[in-house]
Design a protein around this ligand. Structure first.
Ligand SMILES: [Zn+2]
Length: 141
């Protein structure tokens, strides 16, 4: 397994646990409305559109870079610099975006529209979703 930098991981609760632990089985799960079928992120127990209840469903884990930046400021001295910060939009739904990191790729190679797919960094019971460019497959550990 590739060495990963330390992260501050979120406290798990009933709502967010499937999101943060789905990586144990390699699946990025997100809440989805049971009524209108809209994917809902940030995670929510109810749909912001129709008020219907949500349930977790597996996404494809595929998306593209919506926007990005490179951080070169040592906010956390334990994290090697520079590193990418991106907003990735999943293929499931326009606007289904979240802040993440594109990894296993020099930050200068990341561009808007770059096709990416999810991988997970394990930190204890939390599996942080990060993304790698398509065609850039991390060697098996
Ligand atoms: Zn809905």
């Amino acid at each position: 397994m590739t060495e990963v930098a330390p992260r501050i991981t979120p406290p798990l609760d009933e709502l967010n646990r499937p999101f943060w632990t789905g990586g144990a089985s390699g699946v990025l799960q997100i809440t989805r409305c049971r009524s209108c079928r809209r994917w809902v992120f940030p995670l929510s127990a109810t749909c912001p559109d129709c008020g219907g209840p949500t349930a977790y469903e597996a996404t494809s884990g595929k998306g593209s870079v919506f926007t990005h930046t490179t951080n070169a400021h040592p906010y956390n001295p334990a994290v090697p610099l520079p590193y990418n910060i991106s907003i990735v939009e999943l293929v499931e739904q326009p606007g289904l975006r979240f802040i993440t990191n594109v990894v296993d790729c020099p930050p200068e190679d990341v561009h808007v529209g770059l096709p990416v797919h999810v991988q997970f960094e394990q930190h204890g019971e939390v599996f942080v979703p990060v993304f790698v460019p398509d065609g850039n497959v991390r060697p098996a550990s």
